[in-house]
Ligand binder design. Structure first.
Ligand code: ADP
Ligand code: MG
Length: 321
């Protein structure tokens, strides 16, 4: 774990945005800058933090934490399904095979949870017993574990739009995804999720839910793309607190953006209007939580140095120009 001074010293060096036209055509996501050229994709993970679909602030080392965590999981799951990784040219970067994305986000859920209007829990609480084609048993409680994890596929919204949870039939109507492909993706997604839960459990962490994206390589192989089991794509809870909090119907102890979301909510921000300016203490605390998450989940020490990420990127990426 880096110490508090190192985290504060890194503040002015946060990776806010990148501009490398030499790397190809740019697609700027909320968190990642994607450059494509010659059938390859350079994904630079920035330090931007998004919440409520808005960019809130920059968190020191966050890009590296996310990229290293995805690296860990790609490695731990490559026997289940191939992935897009070619190499990691920099702590914040993955160089990947450019694939044709399949038009679905495979969301896997191990627990009946959520708070937003579109969450499974809200649907259930209001009497819904079928979610995206899954029959939900009666008498379930908030944050209860499903007997077996369920898949709730979601459409991939165009840039800036919200994704929508749908039943598989709707996917087949709206996209060119076939039922056979969906079967295959479901099988793979459940295996990935089981592996994720198994490894997390050894570290005392519950992988609650997550989403996977898949793509087709030019050779026609279906591989895992995007990211895997990061705090941006997944929910994690602390195992030792689970039972007690479940019985008391309290919020679970979470490893994710919850700390910053809570701070924002306390400031009166829930997605609309001006984003409040996040003080350095809050950004530093958020950084510590991301780093702790990395160390807890992977069991590895987080290695980094204070310094200008832009300069390091220039050095590490110039050979791809
Ligand atoms: N290897 C890949 N080949 C093709 N597309 C990819 C690959 N990896 C990720 N993508 C896609 O690129 C997009 C990256 O967007 P992202 O950086 O996550 O920003 P946002 O989700 O905020 O739009 C996603 O739609 C993802 O499916
Ligand atoms: Mg994304």
């Amino acid at each position: 774990m880096l110490n508090d001074d190192q985290i504060l010293q890194q503040m002015p060096f946060c990776l806010d945005k990148t501009d490398f036209p030499q790397l190809g055509d740019k697609y700027e996501g909320k968190v990642r800058d994607n450059y494509t050229k010659d059938g390859k994709r350079m994904i630079i993970v920035s330090d931007r933090l998004s919440a409520f679909d808005r960019i809130i602030t920059m968190i020191p080392f966050k890009g590296q934490v996310l990229n290293q965590m995805a690296k860990f999981w790609f490695d731990q799951t490559k026997d289940i399904v191939g992935n897009h990784v070619i190499e990691f040219p920099d702590p914040n970067v993955v160089y990947a095979k450019e694939c044709k994305p399949l038009p679905v986000e495979m969301v896997v859920r191990g627990y009946l949870t959520g708070v937003t209007s579109t969450s499974v829990w809200t649907h259930y609480k209001e009497g819904g017993r079928n979610f995206c084609g899954n029959e939900l048993p009666e008498e379930m409680k908030w944050n209860q574990k499903f007997d077996t994890p369920i898949i709730t596929p979601s459409t991939k919204a165009a840039h800036g739009d919200h994704d929508e949870s749908v039943a598989p039939d709707v996917l087949f109507e709206r996209t060119d995804l076939t039922p056979e492909q969906f079967e295959h993706l479901s099988d793979v997604a459940l295996k990935l999720f089981a592996r994720g839960q198994e490894i997390s459990a050894k570290q005392g962490i519950i992988l609650v839910d997550t989403k996977y994206e898949f793509g087709m390589t030019p050779d026609g192989e279906i591989v895992l793309i995007d990211e895997i089991h990061t705090p941006d794509s997944s929910r994690f809870w602390y195992m030792d607190e689970y039972e007690k909090r479940f019985e008391a119907e309290e919020e679970q102890k979470k490893i994710d953006k919850e700390y910053l979301r809570r701070w924002l909510a306390d400031e009166g921000f829930t997605g609309d209007g001006d984003v409040p300016i996040v003080p350095d203490e809050v950004r530093a605390e958020t950084a510590k939580r991301y780093i702790t998450a990395y160390e807890l989940i992977t069991g590895n020490r987080f290695e980094s140095e204070v310094g200008d990420v832009h300069v390091r990127l220039e050095q590490n990426l110039s050979k791809y120009f």
